[in-house]
Design a binder for this molecule. Structure first.
Ligand SMILES: [Zn+2]
Length: 258
C-alpha cells in the first residue's frame, strides 16, 4: 500500500532542502496557495474600525513526518465518526483558521529572517517548532470562554487582537494559519468556561456571534486536531505614521487607536 506524504512534511519531494533548521518555505505571490491565504485573510478582516492591512508575505510551515503522523491518525479517527458519515466533500471538515500569538523575535520581518528563535517567551517560534499544546491554554489570557482548548478563528481581525510583538523594532505582524480538524462541531452562543472536551458526538466547539461573542471562534480539545500550516505576514511600515503616533502618544500620554 502506498502512503501519501503530507505536503507539509520535510519528506515531500517538493520540500527538498528543508529541515529542522529551515522550516519556513516562502509562498510566492502568483502561486495559488498565496491567493488562498491572502483571500482568507482579507475576507476574515471583519472589524470595521480596524484598517485592513496589506499582506506582505506568506510562508508554508514544514514539519517532520513524525509530528504530522499523529495529526493524520486523529483525522482517521474523526473520519470514522458516525456523525460525519454523510459528508462527501471535505469529510473531516478540515479548515484553515487563524491564531494570533506573541512574537519575541524578528522572524519573517523580512524574507531573510526565517530561523526560529530559542526564547521560551516567543510562542510563535514554539508553535512552529512543536505545534500547539493545550497545557499552555490560558498562559496568555486567563479567561477561557469555551474552556481548556486551542482557540482559532476564521476572523483574521480577531486573531490580530491576540498578536503581540515583543521586539519593539518590528513593524510587521504575523498570524499563524493552521489546519484544524473541526469534524462535527458543537455550536454555542453562550460561554462555557468549564469545558475540557467537546460534548459527546462532537469534535470541536464553534462559538457563534450573538449573546456572549462578537466574532466566531473554533476550539479543539486535542493537540492532534491541529497543526500550524502557514504564516501570514501583514501590516504597514510607513515611517511617518509611526513617528506621528509616537509624537501624539508622548504629547497626550495616551495610546492612539490605530
Ligand atoms: Zn521567535
Amino acid at each position: 500500500m502506498s502512503t501519501i506524504i503530507d505536503e507539509f512534511s520535510f519528506d515531500h519531494p517538493e520540500n527538498k532542502g528543508y529541515g529542522k533548521l529551515k522550516r519556513l518555505k516562502p509562498v510566492f505571490r502568483g502561486e495559488p496557495e498565496f491567493s488562498t491565504i491572502e483571500n482568507k485573510f482579507y475576507k476574515g478582516w471583519k472589524h470595521q474600525k480596524k484598517a485592513k492591512p496589506r499582506v506582505h508575505a506568506v510562508f508554508k510551515i514544514l514539519s517532520p513526518d513524525a509530528t504530522l503522523k499523529p495529526y493524520h491518525r486523529y483525522r482517521g479517527r474523526v473520519l470514522a465518526s458516525p456523525a460525519l458519515r454523510n459528508r462527501t466533500k471535505n469529510p473531516v471538515n478540515e479548515q484553515l483558521l487563524f491564531h494570533g500569538t506573541n512574537r519575541y523575535c524578528k522572524l519573517v520581518e523580512d524574507s531573510t529572517r526565517t530561523r526560529l528563535c530559542q526564547s521560551s517567551k516567543c510562542y510563535l517560534c514554539c508553535v512552529i517548532r512543536n505545534s500547539f499544546d493545550i497545557k499552555r491554554c490560558g498562559t496568555k489570557n486567563k479567561f477561557r470562554r469555551f474552556g481548556t482548548g486551542i482557540y482559532t478563528t476564521a476572523c483574521s481581525s480577531k486573531a490580530d487582537d491576540y498578536t503581540k510583538n515583543g521586539d519593539e523594532t518590528t513593524q510587521l505582524r504575523v498570524l499563524l494559519v493552521s489546519r484544524v480538524v473541526v469534524g462535527n462541531p458543537y455550536k454555542l452562543r453562550e460561554n462555557a468556561t468549564s469545558l475540557t472536551e467537546p460534548p459527546c458526538g462532537h469534535h470541536s466547539v464553534i462559538g457563534e456571534p450573538g449573546i456572549d461573542l462578537n466574532y466566531e471562534e473554533t476550539v479543539v480539545y486535542d493537540n492532534d486536531a491541529i497543526r500550524p500550516a502557514y504564516l501570514v505576514v501583514y501590516g504597514d511600515r510607513p515611517e511617518s505614521k509611526s513617528k506621528f503616533h509616537s509624537l501624539i502618544t508622548t504629547l497626550f500620554k495616551t495610546p492612539v487607536a490605530s
